[in-house]
Design a protein around this ligand. Structure first.
Ligand code: SME
Length: 137
């Protein structure tokens, strides 16, 4: 079976493939719940961010984890509970990763475009999260 390090390598590859192939994905990363119950940036591609540890409930990332639901924001300027990583970002989608019914992490995509995401992005990212949830330990 795969070690944590092996799984992290796959997650890094997933970030790279998504970033490279989907023109409106301008930042792609995984946050995983750590032993302090914080969302901790695990693997990412794009500009480094100051938001490396995010409390559950804070920002789009924290709200997706708290609500255990996909959080799709087509225009971040309309959100009050939002943590900005870059002024270039206009939209964001966060998809939770579940294991045994619990949120163990999430994938986070930022876009410089307004309203670029649709149901296909959601479905496709949910599939990725399902696989990562099964591999993660
Ligand atoms: N915008 C996120 C913070 C993480 S950065 O997008 C990488 C949020 O509001 O939670």
């Amino acid at each position: 079976s795969l070690s944590r390090e092996n799984v992290r390598n796959y997650m890094k590859r997933i970030c790279e493939i998504l970033y490279k192939n989907i023109p409106y994905y301008d930042w792609v990363g995984f946050y995983m719940v750590n032993d302090e119950n914080l969302l901790e940036l695990t693997e990412f591609v794009g500009e480094p961010t100051e938001h490396v540890k995010i409390p559950i409930g804070k920002g789009i990332c924290g709200q997706a984890a708290a609500l255990k639901q996909v959080f799709l924001v087509q225009d971040v300027s309309q959100e009050s509970n939002y943590l900005s990583c870059s002024p270039k970002v206009n939209s964001e989608i966060v998809v939770p990763i579940f294991k045994d019914g619990k949120v163990i992490g999430e994938i986070d995509i930022d876009s410089h475009y307004k309203a670029p995401f649709d149901a296909r992005d959601k479905l496709f990212l949910e599939t990725i999260c399902e696989v990562v949830g099964k591999l993660w330990k």
